[in-house]
Design a binder for this molecule. Structure first.
Ligand code: MLT
Length: 393
């Protein structure tokens, strides 16, 4: 063909990190069909949806079966009942949002990836290591990315100190994927002050907020000033087990304005053009998930995963393997033993213990020499993984 393609795809890796891992694991599994592989790589949940969520879905399915309660296209930004319920969820954490500031979607990954559509050619600041979607979606659109280096010295929490004072689009994720590091309210306050001084916009990913057990903000809007300069992305994937059900939301407070336009209006314009809303059944499920009862049930699952995190953390401590995370996050971020490189350690674990993790390098240059394990496995699998690791390391 003689058409031109988006040449910016040439500046990203050939395949997405987790697709690459799935391909390698698939090849190993095909060559060794007798081996039982334990998957602690991609952060995918393993517990089923909770009773409140399932009951709400069943009710909604029955509604869809009757002519007078059947629903067609959903509103692009979500049904009012769900936007109200999410506002109620925030209210219970002490944050006041108007339902019309909440835009429901099929998950934080799509929203974060799609958000690039409404922004112009800004300088982008992205921590390294980081969830690859932030970087790839910007590179695909030809944006200039500057990396904020994160390492053990800054606790994997880069701060704005020393940055040239100009306007940026800044991505932050707390609790962090992949490192599990969490920003305190004071640290987020410094980022917000920087954004206000420089006219920058912060894109804040709070997908792991329900794993926080310490004294850290669950929403960036708990920190004064955030409404003027922060967009928050959240998701039910990790909180309520919606990785396959798909529902999340993006918060755009009314105060957010640039180029004489409200960012909320731009986002609605983008969504109504390219997105037809989340299925009714899923939105009823999400409404149940953020209700006090649904949330209490979800927190039992969070507790189960955090017990897995403790089991993995105890093992790493016993072996004197340096790690962080696993306290306010379902991820443990460890230094590869024996100075191994992160892909080298990936191959070593797969080959000798049939355990899949995620190589730190997949999250950026600063992740080289590190490795991520997830606590989202089943208990038996996590315990078995520790037994295999104890034999190997
Ligand atoms: C991860 O493993 O980093 C996540 O599951 C990926 C995602 O949320 O898309």
């Amino acid at each position: 063909m003689k058409i031109r393609i988006n040449e910016h795809f040439g500046s990203i890796k050939e395949s997405y990190l987790f697709s690459d891992i799935a391909r390698r694991v698939g090849a190993y599994s095909a060559a060794h069909p007798e081996q039982k592989i334990i998957r602690l790589g991609i952060g995918d949940v393993t517990l089923p949806l909770t009773p409140s969520v399932i009951a709400a879905m069943h009710r909604a399915v029955d509604e869809m079966a009757a002519a007078d309660s059947f629903r067609g296209y959903a509103p692009e930004a979500g049904y009012d009942f769900l936007r109200q319920a999410i506002a109620g969820y925030y209210r219970r954490m002490g944050v006041s949002l108007r339902p019309e500031e909440i835009f429901v979607s099929d998950g934080a990954k799509s929203d974060i990836g799609n958000f690039v559509d409404i922004l112009g050619d800004n300088e982008i600041l992205i921590p390294d290591p980081v969830y690859p979607v932030y970087v790839d979606s910007n590179l695909m659109s030809g944006r200039r990315v500057t990396y904020l280096e994160a390492d053990a010295r800054n606790g994997f929490l880069p701060m704005p100190t020393g940055l040239p004072e100009r306007a940026y689009v800044i991505y932050l994720c707390s609790p962090n994927n992949p490192t599990g590091a969490v920003y305190s309210a004071a640290q987020l306050g410094e980022w917000i002050a920087f954004a206000q001084r420089t006219g920058s916009l912060i894109l804040f990913d709070s997908a792991y907020e329900s794993y926080i057990s310490g004294d850290y903000p669950h929403s960036v809007y708990a920190v004064p000033g955030a409404r003027e300069c922060v967009v928050e992305f959240c998701s039910l994937s990790k909180t309520a087990g919606f990785t396959g059900t798909r529902c999340g939301w993006t918060v755009l407070p009314q105060e957010l304005e640039a180029g004489g336009m409200k960012l909320g209006s731009l986002w609605l314009r983008r969504q109504s053009t390219k997105f037809n809303g989340v299925p009714y059944v899923v939105q009823r499920a999400a409404e149940a998930a953020v209700s006090p009862q649904g949330h209490a049930e979800a927190m039992e699952h969070v507790g189960y995963y955090m017990e897995n995190a403790r089991i993995l953390a105890d093992f790493l401590q016993e072996k004197n393997i340096w790690f962080t995370g696993g306290k306010n996050s379902p991820y443990l971020w460890l230094r590869c033993p024996g100075e191994m490189g992160s892909w080298e350690f990936f191959d070593y674990l797969l080959e000798h213990a049939q355990i899949v993790g995620t190589p730190g390098e997949g999250f950026g240059k600063c992740g080289e020499g590190y490795f991520r394990l997830t606590a989202f496995g089943r208990r038996e699998a996590t315990v078995e993984a520790v037994a295999r690791l104890r034999n190997l390391l």
